[in-house]
Design a protein around this ligand. Structure first.
Ligand SMILES: Nc1ncnc2c1ncn2[C@@H]1O[C@H](COP(=O)(O)OP(=O)(O)OP(=O)(O)O)[C@@H](O)[C@H]1O
Ligand SMILES: [Mg+2]
Length: 285
């Protein structure tokens, strides 16, 4: 190429370089814009997901609140109906004979006790649920084996009176920060359930130290619980046999209280059971 030709071609080459440069800048700008847009879209999607999650959580809470109120209303109305019926009969102009009067007074007593237990259980649940972190930090160190000893001494006469043998299989020392009264309440709940519902002739209680944690088990060899009930067993007001629970004065809050006591101690409660083969409840804290 002659120098003249080179000079003539210069604008063409310059144009090519300029076009390439503009192309590169445009591509970079588009790439940058796309990246920003993608980030923005991702942010919006994540915000929408968070919002949807929050809405879902709120829906669940609202359903929980509605179910709780409707269960509670039902649990209050059942004894109230009994009380009102008895009062009506007792205040009838036609006086009741002695045995009917005594029967009605028994209804008044039992239904009032049930209402009182319901109020106490609801308050206990609320208290446990609202235990502050500060209160948790103030838990004193206690040896769970002392709690087990207390429970055993307390329940031995009660089980004996019901013709049931209470056996303490193991009681290893486990020292941990806890609310001893609550742990005692949880174990009492499990033993009382075994007495009431299992029809078992023996109840076994045991405490083992597992990696420094306490594994408390209450086992019976009674009627057991159908597997289909197990996932809901620790829900408030859930009963396997409603009629039997009511007849025993139960409110269906016992196992929910046990669950909350275990969770308060950063632990958990679980159950294994087969119909006709008894139940084993385990608290791990
Ligand atoms: N060891 C057991 N054997 C068979 N059924 C059991 C056993 N423990 C619990 N259940 C069943 O689980 C249900 C729920 O127990 P939970 O302790 O929560 O309520 P409750 O005993 O009916 O009432 P509450 O404990 O408030 O007096 C019981 O109604 C009973 O049907
Ligand atoms: Mg119970």
């Amino acid at each position: 190429m002659t120098p003249t030709e080179s000079i003539l071609n210069f604008p063409y080459a310059y144009g090519l370089i300029l076009a390439a440069a503009i192309g590169a800048i445009t591509a970079a700008t588009i790439y940058h814009f796309l990246r920003k847009t993608r980030a923005k879209v991702a942010q919006l999607v994540s915000e929408r997901d968070t919002k949807e999650k929050l809405i879902e959580e709120m829906r669940k809470l609202e359903k929980f609140r509605r179910d709780f109120i409707s269960n509670l209303t039902h649990e209050i109305r059942t004894p109230l109906t009994g009380i009102l019926g008895a009062v009506e009969l007792l205040s009838d102009e036609e006086p009741l004979n002695d045995s009917d009067r005594i029967a009605m007074l028994k209804v008044l007593k039992n239904e009032s006790i049930r209402l009182d237990k319901l109020a106490q259980d609801i308050l206990a649940l609320a208290r446990i649920e609202h235990t502050t972190d500060e209160a948790k930090r103030a838990f004193a160190i206690c040896d769970i084996s002392d709690v087990i000893k207390n429970v055993f001494t307390l329940m031995k006469p009660k089980t004996a009176a019901a013709g049931i043998g209470l056996i303490l299989l193991k009681n290893e020392s486990v020292k941990t920060a806890c609310d001893a009264h609550l742990i005692e309440e949880a174990i009492l709940n499990l033993i009382e359930n075994a007495i009431r519902y299992s029809n078992s002739l023996t109840i076994e209680l045991s405490l083992e130290s597992v990696g420094g944690r306490a594994k408390i088990t209450v086992s019976d060899k009674g009627v057991g619980i159908d597997k289909k009930h197990l996932p809901r067993l620790f829900e408030r007001f859930y009963r396997v046999d409603k009629a039997r629970s009511r007849e025993q004065g139960g409110t269906g809050l016992g196992l929910a209280i046990v669950k909350h006591i275990a969770q308060l101690h950063e632990g958990e409660v679980s159950v294994t059971s087969n119909l006709g083969e008894g139940c084993t409840f385990t608290i791990f804290i």
